[in-house]
Design a protein around this ligand. Structure first.
Ligand code: ZN
Length: 415
């Protein structure tokens, strides 16, 4: 047998603005959509069906903007679907009742083309184990089949999903073992694994260590080991035990997380995952993240570039102000501003003379995504005023093994 060759292309074939590129026939796409706090997984199957596992959060729960509203503020998953021209959801899975998982699904069900008009989205099936979520909008969707699942159910054998389940795939529900009534507890959450030929994806919702132990008792390692792992509970230490990770052996780990919200992902969990050798992709750092696969090989997909690397130009935007106009003089200090497109590992800001001599240096510049600045008092490293003249401001940004530079010029003119 020919060994499976898994190819990892650097994420240079990036997808911008959250728009999914068209798939070749027979390809599957699995994307953790960047919904901020919450989980929303989009699976585009080899035959072109759209599945959602959870839908992230939304602030509204009853009134949603219609597509023709002048003042549109769609929740992130609705916006993602519209951006990608997806108006049909073949299968929608509600893993459990936490708002950051199911409320976006409610928004999909509730969005209309015009206020009071037709539904904007068709939803052919809703899959759940236990839910007390507010799904009143379902009554406005006569096309929807409700399917209740438990551990052990194979999607390809569910009669109600005939024509909805893609026959190129196999799918197994791994948790929960029993219905819990309300599933507001993370332990009641639906955990499932989808396999396309040699490539498998495990979706753990907010499962906890006890659930992982149960799954390892109920299923052979071959039913749990997966190419892609959607990391449990946004990288919280309530899950992702070392034993479980060693059974799953992921090649790619997707973490759906909003930058630093609730201290997630947990640093120890991130280390545990990276110790397995998996490539970690975080929605807060790389936007919509996941894989595209033909069932044998896969490529990594991300909608946002690493920090400071915008397409082919590797340049964090750097500017300084005030930068005196001719004939004007500087105030006592100036701001050095640099924009980062994501979290950086480190930032070094330097002021150089035009011939490259170092005047002043800051090693630990702010590494947060967005516009950052520091204030320069126009003094050199020894605390002395610098001479009048032209200076170069350089910002050096490191992310992983990559380094990018941004430069700008500024003048110092004192009376
Ligand atoms: Zn959650």
């Amino acid at each position: 047998m020919i060994p499976v060759r898994r190819s990892l292309f650097a994420a240079c074939c990036l997808l911008f603005l959250g728009v999914v590129s068209p798939l070749d026939a027979g390809e599957m796409k699995v994307i953790a959509v960047n919904v901020g706090v919450g989980d929303a997984i989009h699976i585009q199957t080899p035959s072109g069906k759209n599945y959602l596992i959870d839908g992230g959060d939304t602030s509204a729960i009853t009134n949603f903007p219609a597509l023709d509203d002048a003042d549109q503020d769609f929740c992130p998953i609705v916006k993602y679907l519209l951006d990608n021209n997806i108006r049909t959801i073949d299968m929608m899975v509600i893993t459990h009742d936490d708002g950051d998982h199911y409320k976006g699904l409610q928004a999909i069900l509730g969005t209309k083309v015009t206020s009071g008009g037709a539904n904007a989205f068709k939803v052919y099936s809703v899959v759940y184990a236990s839910t007390t979520s507010d799904l009143t909008k379902l009554s406005e969707h006569p096309e929807t089949t409700l399917v209740r699942v438990l551990s052990g159910i194979r999607f390809e054998n569910v009669a109600a999903l005939s024509g909805i389940w893609d026959t190129a795939l196999t799918g197994l529900v791994l948790s929960p073992r029993t219905y819990t009534g309300s599933s507001s507890s993370n332990s009641g959450a639906v955990v499932m694994r989808i396999k396309y030929d040699q490539v498998s994806c495990l979706f753990t919702a907010d499962a906890e260590t006890a659930d992982e132990t149960t799954m390892m008792a109920d299923y052979a390692a071959s039913e749990l080991s997966s190419t892609v792992l959607k990391v449990a509970h946004h990288g919280s230490r309530t899950g992702s035990s070392e034993t479980f990770l060693n059974v799953v052996k992921p090649k790619v780990a997707l973490i759906s997380v909003a930058g630093n919200a609730y201290g997630l992902p947990d640093a120890e969990v991130v280390k545990r995952i990276s110790d397995t050798g998996a490539t970690i992709l975080r929605t807060d750092q790389r936007g919509n993240v996941g894989i595209v696969t033909n069932g044998i090989n896969y490529t990594i997909s991300a909608s946002a570039n690493p920090v400071g690397i915008k397409g082919v130009s590797a340049d964090p935007n750097v500017h300084v102000y005030p930068n005196p106009a001719p004939g004007k003089t500087n105030p006592a200090s100036t701001k050095i501003v640099y924009d980062l497109t994501g979290l950086a590992d480190s930032v070094k800001v330097s002021v150089l003379t035009p011939t490259g001599d170092l005047v002043r240096e800051w090693i630990d510049g702010t590494t947060m995504q967005g516009s950052n600045y520091l204030t320069w008092d126009l003094k050199n490293g020894m605390g002395e005023n610098v001479a009048n003249g032209l200076y170069i401001v350089q910002v050096e940004v490191k992310v992983g093994a990559g380094t990018v530079y941004g430069h700008t010029k500024m003048a110092v003119l004192r009376k």
